[in-house]
Design a protein around this ligand. Structure first.
Ligand code: UD1
Length: 432
């Protein structure tokens, strides 16, 4: 039997949860670390599958990877081969492999990386990344499933991004940080992880200003040195637990967060009737009554994050009235709707809009995680549902959530990872 989560819903989730480092910041930070000629000590690294796959690929091209513990790593960039090819069966499945293009191109003027995979939430082109590398003077070709980028010289330039892209902004920023002269990126993504990567590059010796605004200015440097860095907390993991409190009518204090990064999520939860208290590095979400409906449109930061769309949908599907969610970043991000429907939700999808008619309760069902965030959302729905829910394809969830079921159990959730029919039946007997 494939691994799955089995859940007995109905308990309000109550207590404290500590949030780990941001996966989507850690991936580019780790990839950027190969640009050092010294060593980088990085902590608050989430110990999740995508991170481990990336570290393994970095080791494959000669970077020194010393795992101090689960959440701390020392990366050495000395002695790497300039001709390293990034490819193995695991790296093909993750999105963030593309950050090694910017890093290798910046450091060696040459990169060969397998085309990125990742969650199937839409077309996910990389034209803006390529446009940026070419503007810096690289020649980029796609051949046999590989991206090959090469440049005799990388020369700073002015780049206007046609779409606001987190990945392209970070990738171009990495390559440009080692180019000759000045680069200006306009219409840049403003996500907290863009700022985190800029801070990390600056810590290694780069000169980047303006990250977090839509114009980023980069003064290229010849080499990078040692650095000690701590990755920012994961805004999406935090948001997921915030909605867990709202959906289960619980009371969760989400610790080790930057409340400012959660503002879009906090605002929506308050609007629908949850109580949110902000502290210096924590937020507490309390929900005591049935929530109200609302309208949400996903947008680049500081708008409502697309990575929180499924978790908000499962929250709104239990509210009192009709909600509308418009997904404006990825075109295929409602694949969880069929699964949630099996649990009793009433959702109609038309193009990039979901019309959600709130129901009073979910009932347990056998469902399948269609991608990372939707998988986490279905687990939370299961915790709110009457009866037993089984969620399979949970490999997706492990790509981005560390100790997910353990953290939920500590909050009083009845959830177990099972690998055999016997374990499954044992859990069902235990929870009665
Ligand atoms: C990253 C996150 C992902 C999140 C997304 C938006 C990682 C590993 N993944 O994905 O979890 O959902 O940001 O916050 O960090 N686009 C183009 N051309 C390009 C690049 C992007 O048209 O060259 C489009 C995409 O199709 C999408 C939009 O721009 O519609 C935003 O994508 P982008 O911000 O690049 O997302 P990712 O970096 O792939």
């Amino acid at each position: 039997m494939e691994q799955k989560y089995v859940i007995k819903g109905g308990n309000p989730l109550v207590g404290e949860v500590v949030i780990g480092g941001a996966k989507n910041a850690a991936l580019p930070v780790l990839a950027a670390a190969i640009m050092t000629d010294g060593c980088c000590h990085i902590d608050n690294m989430p110990n999740v599958r995508d991170i481990n796959v990336l570290l393994q690929a970095m080791e494959g091209i000669g970077a020194g990877i010393n795992r101090v513990n689960e959440n701390e790593v020392v990366i050495t960039g000395k002695g790497m081969e300039a001709d390293g090819i990034v490819d193995n069966e695991y790296i093909r499945k993750i999105r963030a492999s593309y950050y090694l293009i910017g890093a290798l191109l910046g450091k060696f003027r040459k990169a060969q990386v397998v085309l990125p995979g990742g969650c199937a939430i839409g077309a996910r082109p990389i034209d803006q990344h390529i446009k940026g590398f070419e503007a810096l003077g690289a020649n980029v070709v796609i051949e046999n499933g590989m991206i090959k980028a090469e440049a005799e010289r990388l020369i700073g330039t002015h780049i206007y991004m046609d779409v606001v892209s987190v990945g392209a902004t970070i990738n171009i920023m990495m390559a440009a940080s080692r180019a000759e002269g000045n680069t200006v990126i306009e219409n840049a993504a403003k996500e907290p992880h863009v700022v985190d990567v800029a801070n990390f590059l600056n810590c290694m010796g780069a000169d980047i200003r303006g990250a977090g605004t839509d114009v980023i200015r980069i003064n290229g440097k010849e080499s990078f040195g040692n650095c000690e860095y701590s990755i920012i907390p994961d805004q999406i993991e935090a948001g997921t637990f915030m909605t867990a409190a709202a959906v289960t009518k619980g009371d969760i204090t989400v610790k080790n967060v930057i409340p400012k990064h959660l503002e879009a999520i906090t605002a929506k939860l308050v609007e629908i009737g949850a109580e949110v208290q902000e502290f210096d590095d924590a937020v507490r979400v309390v929900a005591t009554k049935r929530l109200k409906p609302t309208q949400i449109k996903t947008l680049p930061y500081p708008g409502f994050p697309t990575d929180m769309q499924p978790q908000m949908a499962i929250t709104l599907a239990l509210s009192e009235g009709i909600s509308v969610i418009t997904e404006s970043i990825f075109e295929n991000r409602f694949r969880y709707v069929d699964e949630l429907t099996r649990m009793g939700a009433k959702i109609q999808v038309e193009g990039n809009t979901a019309l959600i008619t709130g129901v009073e309760k979910y009932t347990g069902a056998e469902v399948s995680a269609p991608d990372l965030r939707a998988g986490a959302a279905l687990v939370i729905a299961g915790l709110a549902a009457e009866g037993i829910t089984q969620v399979d394809s949970i490999g997706y969830i492990h790509r981005g959530y560390e100790k997910f079921s353990e953290k939920l159990r500590e909050l009083g959730g009845q959830i177990q990872l099972v690998e055999t029919e016997k374990e499954l039946q044992k859990f069902i007997l235990q929870v009665g």
